[in-house]
Design a protein around this ligand. Structure first.
Ligand code: MRU
Length: 363
């Protein structure tokens, strides 16, 4: 995707000796800053502090984190030890575990001194595959948008999205935003309702930023507005991402996704979840009971970060002293509220038999 006319991926490595580059998402939308990860600890910190975030990008960063560990400490024990550390950086997105397991399986049979080079190659391959998967999701989602556009010629298709499941959450294209970028390329008139997504405001800070940079018409709304807009016929379809989807089609995604799905269900608005296969956990069924929900710091709720008129960034307190705070970062939308999953292999019912037929090698 383009930022100020310059093409970027969200993570890249030109030279393993020089580290791994990321776009520091904690600075957006106020400042575009590139950071360099020079060690496994840097990668761990980047994931846990959300300099990088979004399930596919978390997986790609963990892969590079393991490669950095093997570069710096070429010992037999490093593969298992560094994987164990990186696996704890964030608990919910299954891509983290998926990427680390993939590296471990491939690297374990290799001589210790060959592991680092192969790890960097594999991390780069994971990034390239993510780009291809997201582009394919974009094409499959585009067909869904085209079908809606055909019913309202000359009018924009109104799409609601939650959190940031765009280019910034992946290596390129995004999951939920990929169909939107593909629609823009196909000159289909679209307009995106962007949920601000408290407490960390990934919608307001990141989705609005990348849509703006790529000139996609959009409007930021408060998290509670979506249901109201649906009741008034102002939302044609919803596209969201996922941090972990179970083999029976339950979807864990950013907190608030469930309420949007309920509102969509009540208003007959199609609710699509864009799910690349590394975000599907084929080892579990029940999203509500089996997916660990990340609890994040209370300051994300008690404070809001913004930029004052003088251009200075600051974090301001918004709660009375002494109020208790709880900060669940994700929720689970049961499969019955999901119109379909959009995967790199096509659009599929959020249901075990259909998912197994599409990904037989994962079952
Ligand atoms: O806490 P975050 O910002 O990492 O949460 C991100 C989301 O919930 C995304 O919707 C999800 O990872 C899908 S990203 C393509």
């Amino acid at each position: 995707m383009r930022i100020n006319q310059h093409y970027y991926r969200t993570i890249w490595c030109d030279d393993p000796a020089a580290g791994v580059n990321i776009i520091d998402q904690t600075c957006l939308p106020f400042e575009f800053r590139i950071a360099t990860l020079n060690s496994m600890r840097d990668a761990y910190a980047a994931i846990s502090t959300m300099q990088v975030r979004g399930a596919p990008l978390v997986g790609a960063t963990a892969a590079y984190g393991l490669a950095l560990a093997l570069r710096d400490e070429p010992a037999e024990a490093t593969l298992a030890q560094a994987s164990a550390v990186l696996a704890t950086a964030r608990p919910t997105a299954v891509n983290l575990r998926w990427a680390l397991q993939r590296l471990q399986t491939t690297l374990a049979p290799l001589p210790v001194l060959e592991r680092a080079v192969s790890a960097f190659q594999l991390a780069a391959a994971i990034c390239d595959e993510d780009v291809a998967q997201c582009a394919a999701i974009g094409e499959h989602g585009l067909a869904l948008i085209k079908a809606v556009a055909a019913k309202k010629p000359g009018e924009a298709v109104n799409i609601l999205t939650h959190c940031n499941a765009g280019w910034l959450a992946t290596v390129d294209w995004g999951t939920a935003l990929a169909p939107i970028y593909k629609a823009q390329e196909a000159a289909i008139p679209i307009h995106v309702w962007v949920d601000e997504t408290r407490p960390r405001n990934q919608g307001a800070y990141l989705t609005a930023y990348e849509l703006g940079q790529n000139k996609v018409p959009h409007t930021v709304i408060v998290d509670n507005a979506g249901g109201h807009l649906m009741q008034h016929g102002l939302v044609d379809m919803c596209f969201v991402g996922t941090d972990r989807t179970t083999r029976s089609g339950d979807v864990c995604n950013k907190i608030g996704t469930y309420l949007k799905a309920l509102a969509a269900y009540d208003n007959d608005v199609p609710f699509y979840v864009c799910a690349p296969s590394p975000s599907i956990d084929f080892s579990i069924d029940d999203g509500l009971r089996e997916i660990p929900i990340e609890q994040r710091g209370v300051e994300e709720v008690s404070h809001v970060l913004g930029r004052a008129a003088d251009g200075q960034r600051s974090s301001v307190a918004i709660l009375p002293a002494g109020s208790a705070v709880r900060n669940d970062a994700f929720d689970v939308t049961p499969a019955k509220y999901i119109s379909a999953l959009v995967t790199e292999r096509g659009v599929v019912q959020a249901e075990r038999t259909a998912l197994s037929a599409l990904f037989p090698e994962r079952c």
